[in-house]
Design a protein around this ligand. Structure first.
Ligand SMILES: NC(=O)c1ccc[n+]([C@@H]2O[C@H](COP(=O)([O-])OP(=O)(O)OC[C@H]3O[C@@H](n4cnc5c(N)ncnc54)[C@H](OP(=O)(O)O)[C@@H]3O)[C@@H](O)[C@H]2O)c1
Length: 280
């Protein structure tokens, strides 16, 4: 059992989840089934990943032997092009249909797209979807404090999850404080920097050697120690289990601080600043 964390509205999530971007088709379903068999219960997907079918197939297949449906938290996300109210409701219904599931456990707005100017309308649709039982809980991705303030001011409802880019090169100290103070769970996307150079960062490799752990485990343990829910993606059972091993690793306060100090203002992987970046 993975330890859990709880948001302001009672949503309880494991402190480590599983990303599925790029896992699709039969190979994707098999990889997601392996992840569920290994012990992951929080599955992240999105309408735009074009893999809701594969995720749903893995969830349905696992129900017979690995994990009952109610042990899993199945997530999807609303794309920018469907933020208008009626389109948003239809998209949420379509996500569940593609998954082959009666309802989803968590639904997120994928990007605020402030220039488009419809994220409050999308949020009202998510509130309605939750009230109608189409989804169990609702949240957002890539929201800055100003976007969250706007949701609260206009609807009185704050998201329970904010899923943001977060890794050692972009530790998101201010957003983390904001989310924590408002009872919002911060999930980390690309927590391993997409498997790139951060895994060879000398500070991280040194800490890994000191603990007899791997760099990936150190990075995920750093996130968990800061109260973040990382959602690493890994295709192989070996790496899926390696990443779960982060739960056994306890970093010192100095080690956590040394990794956070690797952060830099331009540390986003692809410069996707939600204040200006829009995705449809
Ligand atoms: N909300 C958003 O806007 C947003 C944006 C991006 C991503 N996401 C979500 O966040 C999830 C995770 O982010 P991500 O997929 O971009 O990147 P990530 O999880 O940081 O990295 C995944 C990459 O790292 C490799 N990897 C996994 N475990 C490893 C380990 N222990 N050691 C070395 N390499 C390892 C994987 O390779 P293999 O698979 O070959 O093992 C894959 O290439 C996504 O899958 C998606 O669900 C959300």
């Amino acid at each position: 059992m993975i330890p859990t964390t709880t948001a302001h509205g009672g949503l309880t999530l494991p402190v480590l989840g599983f990303g599925t971007y790029k896992l699709k088709g039969h190979a994707g379903t098999a990889a997601i089934e392996r992840a569920i068999a290994s012990g992951y219960t929080l599955l992240d997907s999105a309408f735009n990943y074009e893999n809701e079918g594969s995720v749903g197939a893995a969830v349905r297949a696992s129900a017979h032997h690995h994990a009952a449906r109610d042990e899993l938290i199945v997530t999807s996300k609303l794309p920018g092009r469907h933020q208008q109210h009626a389109a948003a409701i239809a998209t949420i219904e379509e996500s569940a249909a593609r998954m082959g599931l009666a309802s989803l456990d968590l639904y997120l707005i994928h990007w605020p797209n402030p220039g488009q100017g419809t994220y409050v309308e999308a949020w009202r649709a998510l509130i309605e979807a939750k009230e109608r039982g189409l989804v169990g809980a609702i949240g957002v991705c890539n929201f800055l404090p100003e976007h969250l303030e706007r949701l609260h001011a206009d609807t009185g409802v704050l998201p329970e999850v904010n899923q943001i880019e977060l890794h050692p090169y972009f530790p998101q100290e201010e957003q983390l404080v904001y989310d924590r103070e408002h009872g919002i769970i911060t999930q980390a996307w690309s927590p391993l920097g997409r498997g790139g150079e951060v895994l060879e960062e000398p500070t991280i490799v040194g800490i890994a050697e000191a603990h007899g752990a791997t760099p990936g485990q150190v990075i995920l343990a750093w996130g968990i120690a800061r109260g973040v829910v990382p959602i690493p993606k890994a295709a192989s059972e070996e790496r899926q289990r390696e990443n779960l091993g982060a739960l056994e690793l306890r970093l010192t306060g100095d080690e956590v601080a040394a990794i956070t100090a690797l952060g830099r203002a331009d540390g986003r992987l692809k410069g996707q600043d939600p204040a200006v970046y829009e995705e449809f």
